[in-house]
Design a protein around this ligand. Structure first.
Ligand code: SAM
Ligand code: SF4
Length: 349
């Protein structure tokens, strides 16, 4: 085990067999070592800084039916909303006033948002805030649509691959195709976005092979950002009776990801913070270096219920984040927090 951990730390690579062996045989002391190596790697790559993002959940309409998600189209109990342009800009204004330099616009796959409407929103944001990073997290679209949004001023795109196991992907995403999702990720990369992928830990049917395949998928794709969070069941979904993902496994996945991809920006996710009151601290100690704070208007937050009892830290609670990060020797960084190999945002023509 010591040899495998050293190899991972020094070479940032393990084979599928080695990863599965590691997951099968990781003892308590090994886990401590794994987290320590990951934490040191973050510091070596980015310093002991936690980057802050402002997350605006602008629509909870969704045409998809992902079996784990509370926003799925068949969940008729959700009160649906779309923020008006005024609401979007008043939220961003507050974020800007507080010094936020990354805005993440997230939503369900809402057909109301044609390219024309979205391009206009992105352009307006870019016009007002020249130096902020604009991140989109709005699901699968055509390559042309991603291109238009990039040219309008978007810099980053979060699209988790959710699970690398084909059978599991098809089972949990009725009417969707894994091939298309992967194609979207490669299209986004080709266009020039800083791309975020990632997966859910603890989906029903998961095993060590699934976890290893998720890590190897990320290693191949080499995204700039990687979101890994535990599954949390939502009673009004087909997975309402399934048990939640494990915090411990999530932390192990964060550490392995940090060691396989030292340059990745890895959030301590909201889901991790929901299942553990010390999710942020544990996440940092395992190799995370990003946190997203909520920018959405209070009425919208409650309705953006991906899962129950979501732990929401909003943009005004930066002090709290500062204090918590300090406990694990990390400091809040309010900069854009770009990927280390970022080309400065030179748009292709
Ligand atoms: N609709 C876009 C998409 O799916 O890419 C963005 C919004 S979606 C709500 C953001 C992420 O929430 C998904 O990528 C998924 O990993 C996560 N998610 C949804 N339901 C979840 C649950 N019950 N537990 C944990 N994560 C969940
Ligand atoms: Fe829609 Fe995203 Fe939820 Fe799937 S995960 S139902 S695409 S909001």
């Amino acid at each position: 085990m010591k040899g495998l951990l050293n190899k991972l730390y020094n070479e940032n690579h393990l084979t599928r067999e080695e990863l599965i062996y590691l997951l099968d045989n990781l003892g308590e002391k090994d886990k401590e070592k794994l987290h320590e190596l990951a934490y040191n790697t973050t510091i070596k790559t980015y310093g002991n800084k936690i980057y802050i993002r402002g997350l605006l959940e602008f629509t909870n309409y969704c045409k998809n039916n992902c079996k784990y998600c509370g926003l799925r189209r068949d969940n008729k109990k959700v009160e649906r909303y779309r923020l008006s342009e005024e609401e979007i800009f008043s939220a961003l204004e507050e974020g800007d006033r507080l010094g936020y330099k990354t805005f993440v616009l997230q939503g369900g796959e809402d057909p109301y948002y044609t390219d024309e409407i979205l391009v206009k929103i992105v352009q307006d944001i870019r016009d007002r805030y020249k130096d902020v990073a604009i991140t989109l997290s709005i699901g699968e679209r055509s390559k042309e649509s991603y291109e238009k949004l990039y040219m309008a001023g978007a810099d980053r795109f979060l699209l988790r691959h959710e699970t690398a196991t084909a059978e599991m992907y098809e089972r949990l995403h009725p009417g969707m195709s894994q091939q298309n999702r992967i194609e979207c990720l490669y299209n986004l990369k080709k266009i020039g976005y800083q791309v975020g992928a990632g997966f859910i830990v603890g989906l029903p049917g998961e095993n060590k092979e699934t976890l290893a395949d998720n890590l190897l998928f990320l290693k191949r794709l080499e995204p700039a950002m990687i979101g890994i969070g535990p599954f949390i069941s939502h009673p009004d979904t087909p997975l309402g009776q399934c048990k939640n993902g494990s915090v411990e496994t999530t932390l192990i996945m964060i550490s392995l990801t940090r060691l396989l991809l030292p340059k990745a920006l890895i959030p301590a996710t909201t889901a991790l913070n929901t299942l553990s009151s010390e999710g942020l601290e544990k996440g940092i100690l395992a190799g995370a270096n990003v946190v997203m704070l909520n920018l959405s208007p209070p009425e919208a937050r409650k309705k953006y219920e991906i899962y129950k009892n979501k732990e929401i830290t909003d943009i005004h609670q930066l002090k709290k984040i500062e204090e918590r990060a300090k406990k694990v020797n990390f400091y809040v960084d309010m900069g854009r927090g770009d990927y280390i190999d970022f080309n400065g945002g030179i748009k292709y023509v």
